[in-house]
Design a binder for this molecule. Structure first.
Ligand code: CP
Length: 315
C-alpha cells in the first residue's frame, strides 16, 4: 500500500480486515526494535481517538512519532499555486509537505471540511496537496469527505461481533446541534458495500447524502420502518448535502432509544464517538450490552496498525 487516503487504495479489503484481526491477537508480532521509521501526525482539527490510537499503533510497530497541531503551532498554510503571499499565510503547503518529508517517512493528515462550499470541500484540497507534494506515503486521519481508518475499525468490529455473512445494517441519521461532516457516513457506506453487507440508510427528508455515495443504496425516511429486523444500527449525524452545511431542522424525534431498538433483531449498536449523549442516542443504549462503541474505539489501534504495517512493507 503506497497511501491510505480512501478505500480505493486497498486492493483486498477482506484480507485487510482479517489481517487486522490476526494482528490484534499478537499486537507486538511486527514490532521491530531500532526500526528507523518516523510517522508524522499533522492535525488541523481536534482528535482524541485518531491521535491516541495511531500513536499507539505506531509504538506497537516500533515506529517513532512526531505530532503537531498545525493550526495552532505551525505557520498558516497557503494552498493556491502561484499565490502572491502578501496576506496572513506564511508558508506554502508545497514547502511544508517537502520539509515534513525530510523529517518523516509516513505522514498522517487530519483536515475537516469547512462546510461552506460543497465543491470546495469535495476537492479535498489539504489532503490532496499533501499527496501531491509529499515525498512520503500519506494516511488520511479524516479529511473533508472520508474517514477510512474509522471505517476499517468499524469493519473489524462488525467481523468480530456479528457472525452473520450478510447482516442487515442500518446507518441512521441522528440529531445534533451542529453541522457535521459526511466523512464517517461516506466511508462507512463504502466499507459496507465492499464487504457486501445489506446496508440501508435512514435519514429525514432533506438529509440525503451525496448521490455518488448512495447510488444503489436503499434510503428510508421513516426511521422506525428502517429499524425493523436490523442486525446492526450505526448512528451518525451529518449536515445537509443539497443545502450544504445547513442544519435545516433538528429532528429530535430521530434520537435512538430503547423503544426503537426493540424493533430490531436484537441489533448491536455502533457510533464512532465522540457522541453527545441523550441527544443522538440515549445512555441506556450506549451503556447496554449490545453497544459496541468501546470495541470500535479499541479497534482504531488495529486499523491504524495494519495500515501502517502494509505501508512500511512497501517503503
Ligand atoms: N472517531 C474519531 O475519529 O474520533 P476523534 O475525532 O476523537 O479522533
Amino acid at each position: 500500500m503506497k497511501n491510505f487516503i480512501n478505500i480505493n487504495n486497498v486492493k483486498n479489503y477482506h484480507k485487510l480486515v482479517d489481517d487486522a484481526l490476526i494482528l490484534k491477537k499478537n499486537k507486538l508480532k511486527f514490532n521491530k526494535k531500532n526500526i528507523d521509521i518516523t510517522l508524522g501526525l499533522i492535525f488541523f482539527n481536534p482528535s482524541l481517538r485518531t491521535r491516541m490510537s495511531t500513536y499507539k499503533a505506531a509504538k506497537n510497530l516500533g515506529i517513532n512519532v512526531i505530532q503537531i497541531n498545525l493550526n495552532n503551532d505551525g505557520w498558516k498554510l497557503e494552498f493556491e499555486e502561484g499565490s502572491i503571499m502578501n496576506l496572513n499565510k506564511s508558508e506554502h503547503v508545497k514547502d511544508a509537505a517537502r520539509v515534513i518529508s525530510q523529517y518523516c517517512d509516513i505522514v498522517g493528515i487530519r483536515c475537516f471540511p469547512e462546510l461552506k462550499k460543497r465543491k470546495h470541500d469535495e476537492k479535498e484540497l489539504i489532503i490532496e496537496s499533501f499527496r501531491k507534494y509529499s515525498k512520503i506515503p500519506v494516511i488520511n486521519l479524516e479529511s473533508s469527505c472520508s474517514h477510512p481508518l474509522q471505517a476499517l475499525a468499524d469493519a473489524i468490529t462488525i467481523k468480530e461481533n456479528i457472525l452473520l455473512k450478510k447482516p442487515k445494517i442500518v446507518l441512521s441519521w441522528a440529531p445534533h446541534v451542529k453541522a457535521l461532516p459526511h466523512a464517517v457516513a461516506n466511508s462507512f457506506i463504502k466499507m459496507a458495500l465492499r464487504l457486501n453487507y445489506d446496508i440501508t440508510v435512514a435519514n429525514p427528508k432533506g438529509y440525503n447524502l451525496s448521490k455518488v455515495i448512495t447510488e444503489n443504496i436503499k434510503i428510508i425516511h421513516d426511521q422506525e420502518n428502517a429499524f425493523e429486523n436490523a442486525d446492526l444500527i450505526y448512528a451518525k449525524n451529518w449536515c445537509c448535502y443539497d443545502n450544504y452545511g445547513q442544519v435545516i431542522e433538528t429532528e429530535k424525534n430521530w434520537i435512538i432509544n430503547k423503544e426503537k431498538m426493540k424493533l430490531t433483531n436484537d441489533a448491536k449498536f455502533m457510533h464512532c464517538l465522540p457522541v453527545r449523549r441523550n441527544l443522538v442516542v440515549t445512555d441506556e443504549i450506549l451503556d447496554s450490552s449490545n453497544s459496541l462503541i468501546l470495541n470500535q474505539a479499541e479497534n482504531r489501534i488495529f486499523s491504524a496498525q495494519i495500515v501502517l504495517k502494509n505501508i512500511i512493507d512497501e517503503i
